[in-house]
Ligand binder design. Sequence first.
Ligand SMILES: [Cu+2]
Length: 125
Amino acid sequence: MPRSTSPAVATLSPRRRGPVALGLGILASLVLATRSAAPPVPAVIELKAFMFAPTALTVTVGTAVAWKNLDAEPHTVASIDGAFRSGALDQGESFTFTFAKPGTYRYVCSIHPQMTGTVIVTAPP
Ligand SMILES: [Cu+2]
C-alpha cells in the first residue's frame, strides 16, 4: 500500500534547511576550533612514590602550576635555574608557581635529587 507524501516533508526545501545547516556548520566549527586548541592539561603535579607525576607537563604562559606532596616523606620542588624553590612540603602540602615566561624548566626535589621533572611553558597561541 503506497504511502502518501507528507506535506511537512515537502516543505523541507533547501531554502528552509539552509539556516539550520548554517547553524550546525557554525557549531561544528566551534567544536573543531576547541579541539584544535591545546588540550586542557591539569596544572597539578603530584609528588608520590618519590616521583613527580606527570614527569613532564606542558602549559601556556601565565599558568599556575601546583605541586602537591602525597608521600609521607617530605619533598621540595627546586628549579635547576633557580626560577622557583619551595620549602619542604609535608604530606598533603602544596607549592604553587605561576610561569610568566616561556621556557623549559627542569626541577628536582632537593632532598631526593633523583626525583626530577620538567615544566615546558609555551607562548599563548
Ligand atoms: Cu623528595
